[in-house]
Design a protein around this ligand. Sequence first.
Ligand SMILES: [Zn+2]
Length: 75
Amino acid sequence: MAFYEDAKAVKKTDSPEKYQKERKPGQRPSSPGIYKCQSCGYEDVINRECDTLPPCANCDKKPHAWKLLVTATDK
Ligand SMILES: [Zn+2]
């Protein structure tokens, strides 16, 4: 669960499919932001320099996938 304080600084997406797609470690992230492990719930930050999603720190060798939770923007 991601938390925020200023509701004006976040916005509900109009592209839900981007957030529903599962991506495996090693795949390209769709955008910088916070990703959530679909196996254990661990959240991790993926920055703009990141070309591939890392393995989840909790799940590591076990099969798992990420979903985009929050996109970071420059707006
Ligand atoms: Zn995990």
